[in-house]
Write a protein that binds this ligand. Sequence first.
Ligand SMILES: [Zn+2]
Ligand SMILES: [Zn+2]
Length: 192
Amino acid sequence: MNLASFAELAVRLVNSAVCEADADPLRSQESFREFVADCPFLAVQVTPADLGRLRLLRTDLAAVFTRAVEGSDQGVADRLNALLMIHPVHPVLVTHDDEPLHLHLSEAGSVTDRYAATTVASLSILVGQLGVHRLGICAIASCNRVYIDGSSNKSRRYCAEHSLARLNVTALPQRRADFTAEQSRSVTSAIS
Ligand SMILES: [Zn+2]
Ligand SMILES: [Zn+2]
């Protein structure tokens, strides 16, 4: 399954807090739509209430990375377990295009529900499979951006921006999360 694409959506949201307030993608419905324009799964109505809830989610996800960097397995588990309770995934069995029955994420729910359920589930699966040390915060003191370490020798230390700046070849290839129903299916299959 493609863990990376969903977990990178968590990274994308947390790192969106780093910019100036007038560039924050959560500043307006329009700017948020641009922010997730490459994710068809998230191309649903966004309300001002969603923007507020996404800000809370952003803070909550950032705290998961902080606990991980502190090396606190229990801290990460507590944070993610609380989020899993608030943002459950809703798998549904579907069939389309002559495919056999398979699981998709439910199309019901607000954009916040969708963003939260997929990022929280994928981070939880990733931590469960690879450990909390795969979640990191950039080693540059003035930088609060987070990253997921996909390197084979767990050597990553910088966010995407500073990895590029340093030509750090150990970084994950920065793939933009590509949201398709099929990928939604892979998260739900992995956890069901
Ligand atoms: Zn950085
Ligand atoms: Zn399908």
